[in-house]
Ligand binder design. Structure first.
Ligand code: F6P
Length: 366
């Protein structure tokens, strides 16, 4: 009888997810004796009252490495330990459906689960492993903030998108003698902001790891203008905060969503600069989910394909409780506990990109 793998993609989507799915399915088919299924909308598919899973074969996954998003859908709300259920009165309550999931996997003959997701999803992987479910994790995030892996797929695509947007803002800023503040994603880590600043040639780069003092930006900004002629381009991560401040965002509104919705720090910075007497026209552009969508760049397709193949190999070897990683130009794996110890943040004091950025005059507000 064929062995069975269930794949889930969880958390925010990310360019390259489909290439991982394709890698798993193709490698499993090549091996023979394996069947692969996708749980629709992360673990919701296996947790819902009516199970929603889809068999994946090489025909289904043909060519999907080129597509953004995830063919098996995703959600960043709830999960097996906190499953949202709507009552008749329209209110939501949350149920721990982890035991139900375990039973269903057993009854349906699943031998292993491959969970492709960020830190939240990998915490779920670990908790499922502790219940005796065979889980392998695959790291995913455009923010590139997962530990033990030098890079996550989707990050390079996000940087490319952000850099192209930044380049466009440079030309219009220059035509109008304006200051442009471009807000990019990056909840806890400033990797997208830092890479975009270097690639795009920003004057100012703000990241969550360096709480900024708006006063420290004024001289740099003014130096970009002579007799009101000039322009200045700033890139800021959504999770950035001023020295004495908090992150900017709004409370989660959807059921099961436990995260504050970041966004608006670019507008906050505009206000702070105006208060400090900067009188050039300041415009703000929030790039948002554009960075998560679209076709993955070649680098991400290649990395994601390797992750998919490695995830299958781990399942085949029975090496559960591990997360696939890319480290020093090779594909490895680490125990999930280790991957979740702490996030991979920019360490400003030692990071060579921060050093290079400062070396060409990019200001961070520190
Ligand atoms: O974790 C990746 C990320 O892109 C963050 O940078 C961002 O804060 C978050 O996802 C937004 O997620 P959503 O809008 O889908 O809830």
């Amino acid at each position: 009888m064929a062995k069975k793998i269930l794949i889930a993609t969880g958390g925010g989507d990310c360019p390259g997810l489909n290439a991982v799915i394709r890698g798993i399915v193709k490698r499993a088919e090549q091996e023979g004796g394996w069947e692969v299924y996708g749980s629709i909308e992360s673990f919701n598919g296996i947790l819902k009252d009516v199970v929603e899973i889809e068999k994946l074969d090489s025909q289904k996954v043909a060519g999907i490495h080129v597509k953004g998003g995830t063919i098996i859908k995703t959600t960043n709300k709830g999960g097996p330990f906190y499953f949202p259920v709507k009552d008749d009165n329209g209110k939501w309550h949350f149920e721990d459906r982890s035991e139900l999931m375990k039973k269903r996997l057993e009854n349906m003959g699943f031998d292993a689960v491959i969970n492709i997701g960020g830190d939240g999803s990998q915490r779920i992987s670990l908790d499922l492993c502790k219940m005796g479910i065979n889980v392998v994790g695959v790291p995913k995030t455009i923010d590139n903030d997962l530990a033990c892996t030098d890079v996550t797929f989707g990050f390079q695509t996000a940087v490319q998108t952000a850099t192209e947007a930044f380049d466009k803002l440079v030309t219009t800023a220059s035509s109008h003698n304006r200051i442009f503040i471009m807000e990019v994603m990056g909840r806890d880590a400033g990797w997208i902001s830092l890479y975009t600043a270097l690639a795009g040639g920003a004057d100012v780069c703000i990241i969550p790891e360096i709480p900024y003092d708006p006063k420290k930006l004024v001289d740099k900004i003014n130096s970009r203008f002579i007799n009101n002629s000039g322009f200045c381009n700033i890139v800021i991560a959504e999770g950035a905060k001023a020295l004495d401040g908090e992150v900017t965002g709004s409370a989660p509104t959807a059921a099961g969503d436990q995260h504050i919705k970041l966004g608006g720090v670019g507008w906050k910075l505009k206000h702070e600069l105006e208060q400090l007497g900067i009188d050039h026209d300041i415009r703000v552009m929030v790039l948002g989910h554009l960075q998560r969508g679209g076709i993955p760049v070649a680098y991400d397709r290649i990395l994601a394909t390797q992750f998919g193949v490695k995830a299958f190999e781990l399942v085949k070897e029975g090496k559960f409780g591990y997360m696939v990683t890319y480290y020093h130009h090779d594909i490895h794996c680490v125990p999930l506990e280790k991957a979740l110890e702490k996030p991979k943040l920019v360490v400003p004091e030692t990071n060579y990109l921060v050093k290079a950025a400062k070396g060409i005059g990019i200001v961070f507000g520190d």
